[in-house]
Design a protein around this ligand. Structure first.
Ligand code: EPZ
Length: 426
């Protein structure tokens, strides 16, 4: 199993390219199921989760092909398609549930394995089922599978008003995709507003869908008979960009994040500026960029994770790593997932002072962390341990980095490119 060896203490300088967003690419790959015409995505990140989704679509009979330097991928879901997502693939990646909406909308039936447990929380899919039922699907859960089909005599899903009990990102994406081919109008209330959802909607509109309100909590979709192919560029990954901002804020230095979108990271940038980091953003011939500059120990910042545009739960662990070596004490409240402090005990192994109590962690900043062997437990926890290793005295070994590879495109190469002493070994 691959590990990372990091020798800490170096400031970071230079330029990093921010890749396409994992959490936009995954639903956009599934959206190709909505048409029998070819769909081309560019800026697709090279991630294990993207490879898993491609495997799942291949399994259904979708022809997929990568091309070009710019992360190009063409997907062609020509008939026949086998509308089944088997447990073997779904168990490795919960986002596989995103095939449910497109399969039901285009083929009127689907057999999708329930995702099962996850390190960061129970993560049920009851809202996904509730929303599809509201659109006229009959869903049986048997032998670990959701077996879904249109109500007797129906040829298409029916437009409906869907209001979920909580804001759900992939739930909103599933309903959005399903509603594009439904009969009549669908209204999504309490919809998630993440930039990845707006990017998916832009892609669906390019395929001929009628959508309004994406990026807000109320989305209107007027169903159409059929969708056509398109070419769409996946939006930049705000969580990858946020991870690099926290890394440079912690190590010190100055780094330009090419393609990084500051307008998708307001809550995180506000906290970093309050901590004492300098962040500027703009556009030039090379497109969007952010420049981060930091020196010395910053001020610890308390925060509470919430849905977008609030502070993202996917940045909680990385910002906690920064707080570990900042001046003062910070209270971190995790409101989205019930078990997303798995990185805390590993950081304590590096000498950090953190107390947890349910949803709250209190971090007392210290002068220095000391290198040790630590274990990654989930995707964002692994990124936070890399940041901690970059500032720790001596050598840190991060084990189980297959978690990191799920969501970061060439993380150690990019870090080495800006001066980090980091290498992968078996
Ligand atoms: C998406 O997960 C992201 N994944 C997650 O990113 C992210 O942490 C999460 O949204 C929140 O921002 C992808 O986009 C592929 P939710 P998702 O449904 O959609 C509860 C990463 O690190 N809920 O918005 O699965 C749920 O348990 C990953 O890149 C139900 O109870 O999250 C959670 O407490 C990790 N029933 C809350 O809602 C449901 O049917 C929000 O979950 C659905 C959700």
């Amino acid at each position: 199993m691959d590990k990372l060896r990091i020798t800490g203490g170096r400031a970071l300088h230079g330029e990093v390219n921010i890749s396409g967003a994992k959490n936009a690419a995954l639903p956009e790959l599934c959206a190709a199921l909505l048409t029998s015409e070819p769909v081309t995505l560019t800026n697709v990140p090279r991630l294990r989760d993207v490879a898993t989704m491609r495997q799942l679509l291949d399994h259904m009979g979708v022809q997929t092909q990568t091309h070009g330097e710019r992360g190009g991928m063409t997907l062609h879901a020509a008939d026949p398609i086998n509308p089944e997502a088997p447990y073997e693939l779904v168990k490795t990646m919960r986002a596989s549930v995103l095939v449910l909406g497109p399969l039901l909308a285009r083929f009127g039936r689907a057999r999708v394995s329930l995702p099962g447990g996850c390190a960061i929380g129970s993560r049920p899919v009851d809202q996904h089922i509730k929303g599809m039922q509201a659109m006229g699907a009959e869903i049986l859960v048997e032998h670990g599978y959701m077996v879904a089909q249109l109500a007797h005599g129906k040829k298409r899903l029916q437009g409906a008003r869907i209001a979920t009990d909580m804001v759900t990102v992939t739930g909103t994406e599933n309903f959005l995709m399903a509603a594009t081919l439904a009969e009549g109008e669908t209204l999504l209330e309490n919809a998630a507003q993440e930039p990845e959802i707006a990017d998916l909607a832009e892609m669906l509109i390019a395929m001929g869908a009628k959508i309004e309100g994406h990026g807000t909590s109320r989305i209107h979709i007027q169903g159409v008979e059929r969708l056509h192919g398109c070419t769409h560029q996946v939006v930049a990954d705000r969580i990858e960009a946020g991870t690099f901002l926290c890394a440079v804020a912690a190590t010190g230095g100055e780094v330009l994040l090419r393609h990084g979108r500051a307008d998708h990271l307001d809550a995180v940038i506000d906290k970093l500026r309050e901590a004492g980091a300098h962040i500027e953003a703009g556009q030039d011939d090379g497109g969007d960029f952010m420049r981060v500059r930091s020196s010395g120990r910053l001020k610890a910042q308390g925060f509470r994770t919430t849905e977008y545009p609030g502070f993202p739960t996917d940045m909680q662990a990385q910002f906690m790593a920064l707080n570990c070596i900042s001046h003062g004490t910070a209270k971190v409240t995790e409101t989205i997932f019930e078990n997303r402090f798995m990185h805390v005990n590993e950081m304590v192994r590096l000498g950090a002072k953190i107390q947890t109590d349910g949803k709250v962690a209190v971090v007392e900043g210290i002068e220095k962390l000391s290198g040790a062997t630590v274990m990654a437990t989930d995707l964002r926890a692994s990124a936070s341990l890399v940041i901690a290793g970059l500032v720790a005295e001596g050598e840190t070994i991060v084990d189980r980095i297959y978690h990191l590879d799920r969501g970061y495109d060439q993380m150690e190469e990019k870090l080495r490119g800006i001066g980090a002493n980091i290498e992968r070994f078996k």
